[in-house]
Each structure stands twice: as structure tokens, then as C-alpha cells.
Design a protein around this ligand. Structure first.
Ligand code: SAM
Length: 288
């Protein structure tokens, strides 16, 4: 009897719909759509995420659900810290991950958590990878937080909606290119590792965090203000957007843009990161 239990315990296949149903029944668990609870069942996608994360020793996961990706991460790293907002899942995770002694579960909202402290306390401040099947309703805030807090992160590998992955890896002069593209490509080198056809088409996005930002700027705050202004009204010219957002007369903006070889009639979506940097550095003299 003992052996049979042990076998079942060690062979728990969290990608199997039957196992998921059994756990749901055992814990009386019902999915909350509002928390983006869509659980992964494709084993090949789990492997793609783990491979792309290139875990050195530590990994942080956002939103473990029943722990399907967590267990894969636990088998491929020294330590996993996984952050789950839904307290109903903590007992489930204690059960599904019981065989791993290298997993720490934190019951918190990722957007409110002091991640710098978590990395300091749990990983001695060393570089970690981030891996997740992200809750789709807060994909952009999570990625923005991970990048803007300048944490010691090696790679961010996340399953997201396909259109979000395309936006983050877009090239200038395409419909997907926007402020979030510039943010991602300032801090990271993005690539789409796998496409996941489903009810909502998804993709595994890898953001390889750069040692230093992809372009050099004198003032990061001004750089991101320029980016935000340039995309504030997509149909308007750069001249109009910058003049309105920085409250500087049009003729001055026009002269400034022409002095660096950028036509004032261009639109934000056509600008490369280098051009945004150039505008921000030149504008800096006017606003400081
Ligand atoms: N990793 C699991 C999988 O692939 O099957 C579950 C992924 S599911 C798309 C997203 C998970 O994130 C859910 O478990 C959900 O409860 C959790 N979640 C939602 N909002 C969160 C937040 N603000 N902080 C932490 N976890 C969150």
C-alpha cells in the first residue's frame, strides 16, 4: 500500500487533465478567470521555457498555479522561489510540490512584492532567471516592474499572449512598435522562442537582460519621457507630440530635430532607439 502511494506521489503528472481534475476535486478548487488562471498542459512548452531560461542556480517564478512549471524548474535548478497571489493555491502547492525541498512559495501579489529584497534574501543578491506562464491581465505591469527595478536578472522567459510578445519584439515602422517595445529593447534583447496555438494564441517570449542598456543616454528619465510623448498620439507628428508634452514652442522643437537630422514630420513609431536617445540628449539642454 505504501509503495503504491509513493509511486502515485512521485509520478504526479501535472500536465494531465485527469490529475488536474483530481486535484480540483480533492481541494474543492475552482479556477478564477479574474486571476488569469489558465494552466499549462503542453509538456514541450514547459521544456522550452526551462531551456530558454538558462538557469544558473536560482529562478523566480510568477504565478505557479498547481505547480506544473514549478516542478520542472525545481528539477533544473538549485532553488526556485515562486510567487502566488491566490492563497487557496498554497495548500495545493504544498501537496503537488511536496517532493521538492528546493522550492519556496511566497503568497503575495507580484506587483506589490519587494523583489530586490527577495533576491537578496533568497539568492544572496546573485543573478536569477525569471520563468512564468504569466497571468495575462497584468503581463505588461509585471514585465515593466521587472525591468524598471533594475534587478539582478539574467533572462526573463514568459508565456504571454502572442500579440504582446510581438509588440515587445517589434521593429520600428510596424504597427506593433510602441512605448513598451522601446522599454523592452532598452533593457533587453527580446526573441520569440515558441508559438503556442490555443484558444488565445500565445508565445514564449525571452528577454535576455543586457549588461548595460542598448543605447547610452544622458538622462533616463528624459529618454522615457520623450518615448512616452512620441507615442502619446500615434497619428500626430513628432513635432506636435513633443511640443505639446514638453510645452516648448514648435519652432524650437523643429530647429532642435533638424539639427540632429530628424524630420519633424516623422511619427514616433518610425524612430529607432538611437534616434530616441539622440532626441532626449539634445532636448535635455532645453529642459534643464
Ligand atoms: N504556472 C501555472 C501554469 O502554467 O499552469 C499557472 C499560470 S496562470 C496563467 C497564472 C497564475 O498567476 C495563476 O496561478 C494566478 O493565480 C497567478 N497570479 C495572478 N495574479 C497574480 C499576481 N498579481 N501575483 C502573483 N500571482 C498571480
Amino acid at each position: 500500500m505504501y509503495l503504491i502511494c509513493m509511486k502515485g506521489y512521485y509520478n504526479m503528472d501535472l500536465t494531465s487533465p485527469r490529475t488536474i481534475r483530481n486535484i480540483q476535486e480533492q481541494f474543492g478548487f475552482t479556477f478564477k478567470k479574474g486571476l488569469g488562471q489558465n494552466f499549462l498542459t503542453a509538456r514541450n512548452i514547459l521544456e522550452e521555457i526551462v531551456d530558454a531560461a538558462e538557469i544558473e542556480s536560482g529562478v523566480i517564478e510568477v504565478g505557479p498555479g498547481f505547480g506544473v512549471l514549478t516542478s520542472e524548474l525545481a528539477q533544473n535548478s538549485d532553488k526556485v522561489v515562486t510567487i502566488e497571489i491566490d492563497e487557496r493555491l498554497i495548500d495545493v502547492l504544498d501537496y503537488t510540490l511536496a517532493e521538492y525541498d528546493n522550492v519556496k512559495i511566497i503568497n503575495e501579489d507580484i506587483l506589490k512584492l519587494d523583489l530586490k529584497k527577495v533576491i537578496d534574501d533568497e539568492f544572496n543578491g546573485e543573478k536569477v532567471s525569471i520563468a512564468a506562464n504569466l497571468p495575462y491581465y497584468i503581463t505588461t505591469p509585471i514585465i515593466t516592474k521587472l525591468l524598471e527595478e533594475k534587478l539582478p536578472i539574467k533572462n526573463i522567459v514568459v508565456m504571454v499572449q502572442k500579440e504582446v510578445a510581438e509588440r515587445m519584439s517589434a521593429k520600428p515602422s510596424t504597427k506593433d512598435y510602441g512605448a513598451i517595445t522601446v522599454l523592452c529593447q532598452y533593457y533587453t534583447e527580446p526573441s520569440i522562442v515558441a508559438n503556442v496555438p490555443a484558444k488565445v494564441d500565445s508565445a514564449v517570449l525571452k528577454l535576455k537582460v543586457l549588461d548595460k542598456p542598448s543605447v547610452e543616454v544622458k538622462d533616463e528619465g528624459v529618454f522615457f519621457r520623450v518615448v512616452k510623448a512620441a507615442f502619446s498620439q500615434r497619428r500626430k507628428t513628432l513635432l506636435n507630440c513633443l511640443s505639446a508634452n514638453f510645452a516648448i514652442p514648435k519652432d524650437e522643437i523643429s530647429t532642435l530635430l533638424e539639427s540632429i537630422g530628424i524630420a519633424p514630420s516623422r511619427r514616433g513609431e518610425t524612430l529607432s532607439l538611437e534616434e530616441f536617445a539622440n532626441i532626449a540628449d539634445t532636448l535635455l539642454q532645453k529642459i534643464k
